[in-house]
Write a protein that binds this ligand. Structure first.
Ligand code: ATP
Ligand code: MG
Length: 256
């Protein structure tokens, strides 16, 4: 399968502090990869660089082989093709569920209202948000429902790649579970995704290849199982041991 999204040695600093240090990664079409790392290791910054919400200081991002960090590239067009689902759903509070999902296709992609709404309904059904919720406002939804609407909104742009930034982090266990189910289902359907998460249940179910980011550098890339067994020291070691412990605890609960 061909590589859809590739980062080549991207670096990013804020106020003289190097938050990303020559990070390279690649995602093939239909593939799901994981992004893990301690708080402050640069995961969110990396995701934002990948869809050009941040411009890397050095290095390039290639989308379908084209350098989208080159001068003159339409950043908004890139953001339509590489969608980012944030930790907080970030829905428009004054719009109904259906309008939140249809507004992008209508305004940004220029689809007629009818087609935009049909697309919105299709994507909402896909994430398990039924018609009884479509006329509600975000404040009238649970956290899990809001996050699923946010995923539907990203899908309605028909992106080539979906980036998730800790999609279950702000949710209670039930909400986290319903969002995790959607992420796993979309992965099964072949939606090309990079999933930043600490959610061990989600990690265990996706069981994909992972990138470990530590202090802005890729400290490991490979199967999650290999990552958990790898002998790291320092910050990476502490993080990986804690992650492995949590995963074991979840597996034990599953067997109990
Ligand atoms: N816009 C910004 N301006 C200045 N510093 C920033 C900015 N964004 C991130 N940083 C800094 O960059 C570092 C990496 O932050 P980032 O949010 O990418 O980490 P993270 O891995 O997503 O962490 P977490 O697990 O807590 O979400 C942190 O030290 C953070 O304070
Ligand atoms: Mg983050």
């Amino acid at each position: 399968m061909e590589v859809v999204l590739r980062a080549v040695n991207i670096s990013k600093s804020f106020g003289g502090v190097r938050v990303l240090d020559r990070v390279s990664l690649e995602l093939r079409r239909g593939e799901v990869k994981l992004l893990v790392g301690p708080n402050g290791s640069g995961k969110t910054t990396l995701l934002k660089c990948l869809n050009l919400l941040y411009r890397p200081d050095e290095g390039s991002v290639l989308l379908d082989g084209v350098d989208v960090t080159a001068p003159g590239v339409d950043e908004r067009a890139v953001r339509r093709r590489v969608a980012l689902v944030f930790q907080e759903a970030n829905l428009f509070s004054h719009m109904t569920v259906i309008d939140n999902v249809a507004v992008g296709p209508r305004v940004v992609r220029g689809l007629p209202r009818e087609r935009a709404e049909a697309l919105a309904r299709e994507k909402l059904e896909l994430v398990g948000v039924g018609p009884e919720l479509w006329r509600r406002y975000p404040a009238q939804l649970s956290g899990g429902q809001r996050q699923r609407v946010a995923i539907a909104r990203a899908l309605a742009m028909e992106p080539e790649v979906l980036l998730y930034d800790e999609p279950t982090a702000n949710l209670d266990p039930a909400g986290a579970e319903e969002v995790a189910e959607v992420v796993v289902e979309l992965a099964r359907l072949g939606v090309t995704s990079l999933v930043a998460t600490h959610d061990v249940k989600l990690l265990a179910r996706l069981r994909a290849e992972a990138y470990l980011l530590v202090r802005g550098r890729v400290a490991f890339s490979g199967p999650l199982g290999e990552l958990l067994g790898a002998p790291f020291d320092g910050e990476a070691g502490a993080f990986v041991r804690a992650l492995a412990k949590s995963l074991e605890a979840v597996a034990r609960l599953g067997r109990a």
